[in-house]
Design a binder for this molecule. Structure first.
Ligand SMILES: [Zn+2]
Length: 376
C-alpha cells in the first residue's frame, strides 16, 4: 500500500464499497427478474393490446412507458434508499434528511421520464417508419440527444439539485492562471457547487459544452483541500478540456451504441421472428419492451470493460496534464490520498471490479503513476 494512504481507513473503505456493490447487484437482479416476469406472465402483451385498442399510437407508447418506467422505479426505490441513503448515513456521508433525499429522487424521476420518454416515443416511431434501419436512426438520435444534454446539463439539470456560483476566491483564480493559460478554458469558467448540502464527499468535474463549458468544484473540496491540492485537482479537470476528452468520449460512446443497437436488432429478430418487418406492429414491439430493455442492459454491460478501459486511459492523460501543469507531485499525491480517505474510495479494488466499474484508475494506480512521472 502507498505510504500516503491510511491502511485502517482503506480497510473500512473496502467494506463500504463491497456493501454498495452487493446492494447494487441485488437491485440489478431484481430488475432483471421483474423485466422477465413482466413479459413472460403475459401482462406486457395484455397492457400493450388494451392500450392500443383504446388510444392513438403516440399516446399508447407514452402511457405504456409511464406505467412501465414508474413501476420499475417504485420497485427499485427500496434498494436505492438502502444503498444511496441508509448506508451513506451510516458512514456519515449523507447530510440530507430522508425527505430531502426523496424529493431529489422524485426530481430525478421527472428528468428521466422527460428524457427517456422522448427517446422511447422517437424510437417506436422509427421502429415502424423505418423497420430495417431503425437502429441507425435511434443511434443517431442518441448521439444528437447526448450533445444537447451535455450542453444543457450544467445550466438546466444540475441547478435542480445544487446551487452553482462563479468561483470568487481571487487568490485561487490567480493560482489557476498558469493552468488556465495552458487550456482552452476561460478564466470565468470556474464554478463552486454546494455539495455539502447533500454529502460530505468531495469531488470536481468538467461539465457542459461550448458556451456552457465549465470546471465545477465542490465546496467540500474547496473547504478541505490545501490551495496546492485544489490547484492540482482543478488542473486535472482542465486537462480533460485541453485534450478534448468530451469529444473523444462521444465518439467511443456513439460507436458502442451503434454496435449495441445493431446486435440488439439481430437478437430480437432471431428470437422473435414476428419482430422482423413486415409483420412488426406497434402492439407487438411495445409488448417486447421489457426484453428490449433487458437486451440493452446486457449488451451495455458486455461492452463496459471496453468503455471503462478507454475512460481510464483519458483519466491517466488528465493526471499527466495536472502533474505537468502544476509541477507539484507532492500536492497530487496528497490530493489523491485525501480523496481516497474522505470518500472511502477503495485504492486497490479487485481486478474484476476495476474491469467492469472503474472509469478512473484506482487511486493506488494513480499514486504509483505519479511516483513514476518525471515531474517534481
Ligand atoms: Zn477526470
Amino acid at each position: 500500500m502507498h505510504p500516503a494512504l491510511d491502511s485502517e481507513v482503506q480497510a473500512k473503505a473496502k467494506v463500504y464499497q463491497w456493501r454498495k456493490h452487493i446492494w447494487d447487484w441485488s437491485r440489478t437482479a431484481l430488475t432483471i427478474a421483474a423485466l422477465l416476469a413482466f413479459y413472460f406472465s403475459g401482462i406486457s402483451q395484455l397492457l400493450a393490446s388494451e392500450l392500443a385498442a383504446r388510444l392513438p399510437q403516440s399516446l399508447t407508447v407514452i402511457v405504456y412507458f409511464l406505467i412501465f418506467f414508474i413501476g420499475l422505479w417504485l420497485l427499485r426505490l427500496g434498494f436505492d434508499y438502502k444503498s444511496g441513503y441508509l448506508i451513506e448515513q451510516e458512514y456519515g456521508f449523507s447530510t440530507q434528511g430522508p425527505g430531502g433525499w426523496l424529493i431529489d429522487q422524485l426530481k430525478g424521476l421527472v428528468v428521466n421520464l422527460l428524457i427517456l420518454g422522448g427517446g422511447v416515443v422517437f424510437s417506436y416511431w422509427v421502429l415502424l417508419a423505418s423497420p430495417a434501419w431503425w437502429w441507425v436512426w435511434v443511434g443517431l438520435g442518441y448521439v444528437g440527444l447526448a450533445v444537447v444534454l451535455t450542453n444543457l446539463f450544467p445550466v438546466l439539470v444540475l441547478p435542480l439539485f445544487f446551487k452553482l456560483k462563479p468561483l470568487e476566491d481571487e487568490s485561487l483564480i490567480e493560482r489557476l492562471r498558469g493552468v488556465i493559460a495552458r487550456s482552452r478554458l476561460k478564466a470565468r469558467g470556474f464554478y463552486e457547487m454546494n455539495m455539502s448540502s447533500k454529502t460530505t464527499k468531495k469531488s470536481a468535474m468538467l461539465a457542459g459544452l461550448w458556451n456552457t463549458k465549465r470546471v465545477i468544484l465542490g465546496d467540500t473540496l474547496l473547504q478541505e483541500n490545501t490551495p496546492d491540492e485544489t490547484e492540482v485537482v482543478t488542473a486535472h479537470e482542465v486537462g480533460h478540456s485541453h485534450h478534448l476528452h468530451l469529444w473523444q468520449r462521444f465518439v467511443v460512446a456513439s460507436l458502442v451504441i451503434f454496435v449495441v443497437l445493431f446486435l440488439l436488432n439481430r437478437i430480437m429478430v432471431a428470437l422473435f421472428p414476428a419482430f422482423a418487418p413486415p409483420s412488426r406492429t406497434l402492439e407487438l414491439a411495445l409488448a417486447l419492451l421489457p426484453l428490449i430493455v433487458l437486451g440493452f442492459i446486457a449488451l451495455n454491460f458486455a461492452f463496459s470493460p471496453l468503455s471503462k478501459a478507454f475512460s481510464r486511459h483519458l483519466e491517466r492523460q488528465a493526471d499527466r496534464f495536472a502533474l505537468g501543469a502544476t509541477e507539484n507531485r507532492e500536492a497530487f499525491i496528497q490530493a489523491m490520498a485525501s480523496l481516497a480517505s474522505r470518500n472511502y474510495d477503495d485504492a486497490y479494488p479487485h481486478p474484476l471490479i476495476k474491469l467492469f466499474y472503474y472509469g478512473h484508475p484506482p487511486i493506488g494506480e494513480r499514486l504509483k503513476a505519479a511516483e513514476r512521472s518525471n515531474f517534481r
